[in-house]
Write a protein that binds this ligand. Structure first.
Ligand code: PLP
Length: 449
């Protein structure tokens, strides 16, 4: 018999009476992990977890290279890498080595003490970003939160030095910076902000790439302009050179900070370490996270020496940020990317992927636009329904991607992806779009008849 939570009469939910009476709750059933089926998990999670994730009905048990495997050992080509995290794919020897060497030595010390990894990683990150100092976090949103706090503190410092500068942020329409209160306040989508209002005040959203609107909104009330160089969640939108250059000039004119969120686009995803390097623009602050340790949680906020003056002992902190374990894995990831010239590979495979998608676009009217840089790619389809259907069809073909901004198919594959995987993807998309066109045509014929 399958002794999972699902098949156990009392199930895993600790009874309310047991909680009230203070009895030691007994979690029934054999260890869940070994035998639980997907149905068991769906049933248990529906009662145990806050219902914040509308998961796809697939359970993965392992990964290898650019493939994930479900409980029946069926491979899925992964073009999403855990939303841009598993840049080195799965079961990568460099990551495994760092984990197995660091784990027995030291996992955590707190930020009250020194360990060697911090400097090692900070040296690498300052070198690849061109910035001066680092604050380590555990996630993207915490890195962005640190950036927001730094901007406010920096403006305060400038005011104390006699400058006129306010506390307002300019962010962009369709932006996404995370789910904590400050990040959500600078995130454009109403759905993410509205339930939590009042969120942090003093944020104005500028229409995407609207230089005139940016100029009109900017004055010395602004302490920072914050944006993603390539919007991820917002549908893979590339910032224009003119917009970024203008933002840089405006910030320079008052001492406000230009803060570029590279949480999704950074660490090589576009073929350069940071997407801003594609534009030759240097920010005052940048934020990194997702692929930094290839799947182990870590984030980083980097800034100039000037901006760093605003944080002093005790102004900001975190228990876990920059712990020896996450840092050791991040060092291994960065060294592997560098030693294997992976950025060149990202650029070459990204160019190939984009070219193949554009050829597909010329064949299928249903593709409205193909956008991207390196291996950060979006395919905008004509309708939301079509995007949903293609997403589902690809899943049935065991190819993983995701749908963002309703109509956009988003591709964030592991950096190790090869041409043969791209060819497989293009063939699957072509098949599904051709099927869609035939069904549209037969529906039109039926209507006409
Ligand atoms: N900023 C950007 C551009 C992101 O894409 C994300 C996550 O998708 C975040 C911030 C938030 O990162 P995290 O989910 O690690 O908090």
């Amino acid at each position: 018999m399958n002794t999972t939570l699902e098949s156990t009469p009392t199930n895993s939910v600790i009874s309310t009476e047991a909680k009230r009476s203070g009895e030691t709750p007994v979690l029934p059933g054999a260890p869940m992990n070994s035998n639980a089926t997907l149905t068991d998990l769906q049933s248990a999670e529906s009662r145990l977890l806050l219902q914040t994730y509308d998961r796809n009905p697939i359970m993965f048990t392992r990964g290898e290279g650019v493939h994930l495997f479900d409980e029946n050992n069926r491979p899925y080509l992964d073009l999403l890498s855990g939303i841009g995290v598993c840049a080195l794919g799965y079961n990568h020897p460099a990551i495994n080595k760092a984990i197995s060497e660091q784990a027995p030595k030291l996992l955590h010390t707190s930020n009250l003490f020194y360990h060697r990894g911090t400097t090692e990683l900070a040296l690498r990150l300052t070198e690849i970003t061109g910035l001066d100092r680092v604050f380590f976090t555990n996630s993207g949103t915490e890195a962005w939160e640190a950036a927001l706090k730094l901007a406010r503190a920096h403006a305060g410092l400038l005011r104390s030095e006699g400058k006129q500068i306010g506390a307002k942020f300019l962010a962009l329409e369709h932006s996404f910076h995370g789910r904590t209160m400050g990040s959500v306040a600078t995130t454009h989508k109403l759905k993410y902000r509205e339930p939590f209002e009042p969120v942090m005040p003093n944020v104005e959203f500028i229409p995407f790439n609207d230089v005139a609107a940016l100029r009109a909104a900017f004055n010395n009330e602004v302490c920072a302009i914050g944006l993603e160089v390539i919007q991820g969640e917002g549908g893979i939108n590339l910032i224009s050179e003119e917009f970024l250059t203008t933002a840089r000039q405006l910030c320079d004119s008052t001492g406000a900070l230009l803060m570029l969120d590279e949480i999704q686009s950074g660490i090589g995803r576009t073929g350069k370490w940071c997407a801003y390097q594609q534009y030759g623009i240097q920010p005052d602050v940048t934020t990194l996270a997702k692929p930094l340790a290839g799947g182990i949680p870590i984030g980083a906020m980097l800034c100039t020496e000037e901006a760093a003056r605003a944080f002093t002992f005790g102004t900001h902190g975190t228990t876990f940020g920059g712990n020896p374990f996450a840092v050791a894995v991040a060092i291994a990831v960065l060294d592997e990317i560098k030693q294997t010239n992976l950025l060149d590979h990202v650029k070459a495979t990204g160019d190939y992927f984009l070219a193949q998608l554009r050829t597909l676009q010329s064949k299928h009217e249903a593709i409205k636009e193909v956008r991207g840089l390196g291996l950060m790619i979006g395919v905008e389809l004509q309708t939301e329904d079509l995007a949903k259907a293609i997403f589902t069809g690809m899943l049935q073909d065991r190819i993983l991607l995701n749908r963002t901004h309703e109509t956009v198919l988003r591709f964030l594959p592991p950096f190790l992806i090869e041409r043969k995987h791209i060819d497989q993807t293009i063939a699957a998309l072509d098949k599904l779009l051709t099927q869609h066109r035939s069904s549209q045509a037969s529906a039109a014929t039926t209507t006409a008849a």
